[in-house]
Design a protein around this ligand. Structure first.
Ligand code: GRF
Length: 198
């Protein structure tokens, strides 16, 4: 199986995925990294690992779907079977999601369904929850609402700050995202309505 990673930023999850692919813990080929940000460090990481990468500028397209059609063109050309979002800061169009139905994974830095959205770590910290965590889920039209594949908790201690919480969350992400991708790639995930079983 071939897959692509879509990333907009630092790409520390991408790095963990690259490591798991080269260690063969993920038995699939990472054939393409796509970014919507020219300066995404994720692109640099892809280049270093000799993985094909491309930057597509959203400003070159009239709307979300037109942009996504361009991305999908690249994915199809690279013969991608499934898609992994890793810090990809754009909402996918319904068109994109239909093209890769139940074949798009995302990682979110909270225990969904709590703290959806782009500020999950800050929101959880500000709310004062004592346990937050990480969720890997399938992507559906509604944001952060797809079936949950894997979750892991992160305890928030009195001494924690948003920064220390972020660091703890990232560490857990780097552990569980490769695991979840590995299960998906080896066909071990069964999706039954809202429920994913291994
Ligand atoms: C991660 O916290 C992930 O949960 C969220 O975006 C962040 C990406 O970090 N979706 P990185 O670019 O992989 O370092």
């Amino acid at each position: 199986m071939n897959f692509a990673v879509l990333a907009s930023g630092n790409g520390s999850n991408l790095q963990a995925i690259i490591k798991a692919v080269s260690a063969k813990t993920i038995k699939a080929k990472l054939v393409l990294v796509v970014s919507d940000k020219a300066d995404a460090f994720a692109l640099e990481r892809a280049r270093k690992a000799k993985i094909k990468s491309c930057y597509i500028n959203p400003k070159d397209f009239p709307n979300r779907e037109a942009f996504d059609r361009q991305v999908i063109g690249q994915l199809k050309e690279a013969k991608v079977d499934f898609v992994v979002l890793a810090g990809y800061m754009r909402l996918l169009s319904p068109y994109f999601i239909k093209q890769f139905e139940n074949k798009i994974l995302n990682i979110h830095p909270s225990l969904l369904p709590s703290f959806k959205g782009t500020q999950a770590i800050k929101d959880a910290f500000a709310y004062g929850v004592k346990v937050s965590g990480v969720t890997v889920h399938f992507v559906v039209d509604e944001m952060d609402a797809g079936a949950i594949i894997m979750q892991a908790p992160v305890v928030i201690l009195p001494k924690d700050t948003v920064e220390s919480l972020s660091a703890k969350i990232h560490k857990v992400e780097h552990r569980i995202y490769p695991q979840a991708i590995s299960l998906f790639a080896s066909g071990k995930l069964q999706l039954n309505g809202r429920c994913v079983r291994v």
